[in-house]
Each structure stands twice: as C-alpha cells, then as structure tokens.
Design a protein around this ligand. Structure first.
Ligand code: FE
Ligand code: FE
Ligand code: ZN
Length: 290
C-alpha cells in the first residue's frame, strides 16, 4: 500500500489533533512533524487529551500511528563534543524528544547524525555512537532513524558506509534505523535515476530492513552538489518520472513516504503534490497556485 504524507505543523494548542487535521486536508495517510519549531528547543508538554482526540480521528481515517514520523530539531548535534555542555545538551534534548514520542506512541524519530565541525569523521562517528548508546539507556521503544545527508559542510552520514559504522556501534539494533532522503542522496552524489542500484548498495552495506522512512523531495541542485536545497515534486533536477518510480518501487512498499518540499507563495503544496503522485500525472501549474 502507498503510504504518503508530508511535513505538517504541530502547534502548542491543537498539538497532534491539529497535525492530523492538516494531514487529512492534504489527502495524506501519514505525516511527519516536529514537536516544536525545528530550529529551537522550546517545547510544550504533550496533552493526553489532544493526543487521544487525534488518535480517534486517525482511527476514523485509517491512519496508522506506526506510520507517523517525528523529526528531531536541527540543533541536536551528537557528533561534536568540543564543548561538553553543548554535547550533553544534545544528548539530553534527544532523550526528552524520545520521551515525547513515547507519550504519544510514536515509533520512529528521524535524526540528522550530526556535523563533526573539524573534529574529523572518525571522532564525529565515535561521538554519535557514544551519545546514541547513552540516549538508548532511557529509550524503551522509539527507533531512531539516521537520515542520509547531503554532505553539506562537515555533515556525517552522506554515504552508507558512515551510517553503517554508526549502526555497528549502536548496541541495541532494534532502536536504530535509517531514513532515506531523495534530495540528500542526489546532492551527496548518488545516481538517483538508478534507484534500484542505490537500494542494492544499501542492502549490501546496511540491509534494507533498516529503512523505515523515505523523504521524497526533488532537488534544486545537480548530483553531488552537496547543497541540500529541496524543490517541489517534479520541478527539480531529479524530475517527476524518477521520483514516481521511487515512490512506487516495490521494494519500498509499506514504508512511509514524506514530502518536505518547499511552500509556494506562503502555501503548502502538499495537497497538489500528493494528487500528482496518486494520479501519476505531472501538474505543470503547481507553481501557479495561490
Ligand atoms: Fe531532515
Ligand atoms: Fe529530509
Ligand atoms: Zn534536506
């Protein structure tokens, strides 16, 4: 079954209920949200009342809780331990984020592995492993999904070998997985047009069973640009047909697919993009929506 949705908002008042309503307005059967603003760490307490109302609405619309994804904030950086207080802050914030996921019943939490900011890849990877093992001591059931990165700056995780090294170091394998991002794969240098070859390589190095989420984004930049700038579905260098083939790839069936494409004129494009995906029909007027 096609499980498709987008990034949606999560505000302090409506919380998960608002997220579900937004997702339904796009015709989604899944969604991803940040438990607060992606750039900062101010978070409101999860309301059980709103969560239960949201779950009821999800049930009525056959949205499965296990397909819902949370994305952790960008400011968490587990790779950099130059300043002990910042490193510890990242670890503790991730623990809090996992607890928020647990309260709601969310299974999958996407995480950017981190940037080594000059410490080097080896040290960065060791820091990430140490942090994840620390975090998992207080994690009962949430699976942390390392996102494949574009390779901007000193980002770790822009190739499968680095992700494999992190996974190898994580003691509890049931609490670690991967989120593939099509824009990031393209920007980091993978030949996105031959997605089956990418999946073969992933399967050989890590194992496809570790993939639990896919971010579906077009890219503003050419393969290997290491930029990380998302483009609307079919409007970038990856293109409509390649993205459609990824969305409908048999090997990725039943894995939640999440759009993180840019808004157009202060408006979310997700309803139109999801329609394009379901109909497999390119909307040449998407950018003209008002
Ligand atoms: Fe991300
Ligand atoms: Fe992403
Ligand atoms: Zn990105």
């Amino acid at each position: 079954m096609l499980i498709i949705g987008s990034h949606v908002s999560f505000n302090s008042k409506e919380q998960l209920l608002g997220s579900v309503k937004e997702a339904l307005s796009y015709g989604s059967n899944t969604f991803m949200f940040y438990t607060g603003a992606p750039q900062n760490t101010s978070r409101t307490k999860i309301s059980l009342e709103k969560t239960n109302e949201a779950k009821k609405l999800m049930n009525e619309n056959k949205i499965e809780l296990n397909n819902i994804i949370v994305h952790s904030p960008y400011i968490i950086n587990l790779a950099n331990d130059k300043e002990e207080d910042k490193y510890n802050f990242s670890i503790n914030f991730l623990i809090e984020e996992i607890k928020r996921c647990s309260v709601i019943g969310i299974k999958f939490l996407v995480l950017h592995p981190g940037s080594h900011v000059g410490l080097g890849v080896d040290k960065g990877i060791n820091n990430i492993i140490k942090a994840l093992n620390e975090v998992n001591k207080q994690n009962d059931s949430v699976v942390i999904l390392l996102e494949t990165m574009a390779g901007k700056g000193t980002e770790i995780g822009s190739n499968f070998l680095e992700l494999k090294r992190i996974i190898d170091g994580v003691e509890e394998k049931s609490k670690i997985g991967v989120c593939l991002d099509t824009c990031h794969l393209n920007d980091s240098g993978y030949n996105i047009e031959n997605f089956d070859a990418i999946l073969d390589e992933f399967d050989r190095i890590i194992g496809l069973q570790y993939v639990h989420c896919i971010h579906i984004n077009d890219s503003k930049n050419i393969k290997g640009a290491k930029k990380d700038r998302h483009e609307n579905f079919g409007y970038g260098t990856i293109g409509f047909n390649t993205l459609i083939n990824i969305v409908y790839n048999k090997r990725l069936e039943n894995i939640p697919k999440i759009l993180e494409t840019p808004w157009i004129k202060d408006r979310a494009p997700y309803k139109e993009e999801i329609k394009m995906i379901i109909n497999k029909d390119f909307d040449t007027k998407l950018k003209e929506i008002v």
